[in-house]
Design a protein around this ligand. Structure first.
Ligand code: ATR
Length: 276
């Protein structure tokens, strides 16, 4: 076993993941002798593979589709957040052989907003969340933890929004997808967590005329970086925060746990990640 610190990202498929580029940049920047690798692994092999790397002295791993639920299930311990979300994106292999699971998606979302919107973001005002999938679950959890006063949740499939609201309690109010625009007046934050607007997907059609002039719009879609929704928000004069930063910030806790240095998200990193 060499002294090199090793970590990676589990997925199926995983070749498209830009996480190795991200962590590789930080390893180089901070002069750490380590590696971060793609780990292509079928669902039926996942647990065996994770335990083998842990036994081999690896520091941990990120986990992406389709392994996020399995990652939580196999862990010896997990954060409250991972359990509330029901999925893990970060595994930490402890020196005693135990495996700890965390979910940093909500953290990444909040940190991206803090960096991108700064003091313009006021938690005391309601937030509108579009979508009720896994990403919405993490984001709603993050917003509530951060102290959001009210979340207006809207989703094409009403039952999924109702189920999420049921889990999170009375600060989350459901509004029908058809009436999404009526949720905007008074809101300080508008978040797209759906896949609408992603390259190859239909656009997100939301009439922003009723939004407050000082509302912030943010999108978890970052391909393209400026989605139709963010462009419409800019045209409406709103402040916008793109989704790339969420990807970058969600990676920070894992990097710090595995490699011992708290990394920084800056413009240089954003440029690197946007390169083809
Ligand atoms: P993730 O885990 O990444 O959030 P997901 O669970 O598949 O992915 O959720 C995708 C979200 O995009 C859902 O809110 C989905 O709405 P439904 O719950 O109604 O499926 C939303 N979405 C995807 N395509 C959509 C479309 N054409 N119109 C409206 N919403 C859409």
């Amino acid at each position: 076993m060499s002294n090199k610190l090793r970590a990676g990202v589990f997925g199926w498929p995983v070749k498209h993941s830009k996480s190795p580029r991200l962590h590789g940049h930080w390893l180089q920047k901070y002069g750490i002798s380590g590696s971060y690798e793609h780990i292509e692994c079928a669902p039926e092999d996942f647990e065996t593979h994770v335990r083998a790397l842990s036994a081999d002295g690896w520091r941990g791993a990120n986990v992406t589709i389709p392994h996020k639920e399995a990652a939580l299930a196999l862990a010896d311990s997990s954060s409250d957040i991972a359990r509330a979300i029901g999925a893990a994106n970060t595994l930490i292999f402890m020196p005693d052989g135990k495996i700890h699971a965390d979910n940093t998606d909500g953290y990444g979302f909040i940190e991206n907003l803090r960096q991108g919107a700064g003091s313009a973001w006021v938690l005391a005002r309601p937030a509108v969340v579009l979508g009720a999938g896994g990403a919405a679950r993490a984001i709603i959890h993050g917003l509530l933890e951060a102290g959001a006063s009210e979340i207006r949740l809207t989703n094409r499939t009403l039952a999924r929004a109702d189920a999420l609201a049921g889990q999170f309690g009375e600060r989350v109010r459901v509004i029908s997808w058809e009436k999404a625009a009526s949720a905007l007046p008074g809101a300080g934050l508008i978040v797209n967590t759906t896949s609408l607007g992603m390259k190859g997907a239909p656009p997100l059609d939301l009439d922003l005329s009723g939004a407050d002039d000082d509302a912030i719009a943010t999108d978890i879609v970052y391909t393209p970086l400026v989605t139709g929704f963010l462009q419409a928000a800019m045209d409406r004069g709103l402040k916008t925060v793109d989704g790339l930063g969420m990807l970058l910030h969600q990676a920070r806790p894992g990097f710090e746990a595995w490699f011992g240095t708290a990394p920084v998200v800056d413009e240089e990193l954003r440029h690197l990640m946007l390169a083809p």
